[in-house]
Ligand binder design. Sequence first.
Ligand code: FCB
Length: 460
Amino acid sequence: MTPSDPLDTSAASAAFPDDFVWGVATSAFQIEGASAEDGKGASIWDDFCRQPGVIADGSDGRTACEHYHRWPSDLDLIANLGVDAYRFSVSWPRVRPGGGGAWNEKGLDFYDRLVDGLLQRGVTPYLTLNHWDLPSELQAQGGWAHRDTVHRFVEYACGMAERLGDRVASITTHNEPWVVAMLGHDSGIFAPGVRDRATAMQVSHHLLLSHGLALQALRQSGCRSQLGIVLNLSPVQPATSSPEDQARARLEDGLLLRWYMDPLFKGAYPADVLAFLGADAPRMEAGDLAAMAAPLDFLGVNYYTRAVVSADGSWDKRRSGFELTDMDWEVYPQGLTELLVRLHHDYPVPPMFVTENGGAFKDGYTDGRVHDADRTRYIAQHIAAVGEALRQGVPMAGYMVWSLLDNFEWASGYEKRFGIVHVDYATQQRTLKDSARWYREFLQRCQAARDVNALAGAGV
Ligand code: FCB
């Protein structure tokens, strides 16, 4: 193995500062199951899964990975990997079933136990408030398209901070607002399955506004957790050098990246996107833009692949000559460096985390092992891409693998496996894949380097 081989754990670990945070990530709906237990209310994903034909394998989140019951052994698994941090989300309808109104003590207790269990095992909790499972009762009143939901979200954020803010290091308001807005309300392939561009843009506005107002309220309440948001971002490149493809790529970059980054960091929506949207642009009230630009402690970036765009607006994730994952997404690690460098260059970003990165591959489970060399290589190459961004001066604070476990992959159901830990859904047995073993070894190298530096710092 040559030193530049990304699979070489000792060479790869050398690029990272001692306080760099290494983690694994999951989300509530994708792993918890127990979808109607202990007073949990329904979410829009519970409802969406019941519509015929929307989930590839006809499945749902009722059982998922049974994490709601298996959390102690799952936390042992996390601790055993040697990660610093675990990024998880709270199910809003589990803790406040109607979205507003009464809180559900049993649901809150679950997250209390989870957070305490992480701390007892030496793993730092990173909490996300909205990983898409909006309470159904709020959807019945208009969901994210309705301005009142913004205020319900702020109440939810404050309630969770009051309960867990003394123990969680980090609170993320929203995971991937672009997905909620566009896949949930424009293409309608995700919950709640709405297909209307104007609604989608109004939803994006309410998500950003609720993020800003929640940050303001959390800071006023004295919450000491680091506060931020997680965006799904990619470099958007034209399919050819034709002016038409280039213009469309610029617009798609506007809709995906600048539509979120500009209001967060520049206090305004991008003018070219507003012009394109015309009557579909969101309705705003005075003070909204100022609220959305509330200072962030961190920015989370979820990265999987690049987008290659043609003049007709189609996104082509299948390029010849590149390896594809099981999602048909191109393996393009250099895009992560390119993206992080660009964010640092174009915006006054706070420390950034890669809050999700990983790949779905067709895993073969044989004799208690999963030899997922493709996933291992994917993760190693993307970690190297983050190392390269650091080398170029980008303020990177952490990296988290998506995902700890195989889980419910939204509209793809259980057919796509992103886990570094294999889940046998019939028995719920967990098995470390080779990628998890590689990550553990890599983290041991990082820890060894930290120990050496600590000794050197102490003059030993
Ligand atoms: C992201 C989601 C996450 C998971 C990965 C594959 O968009 O945040 O829940 O589905 O994609």
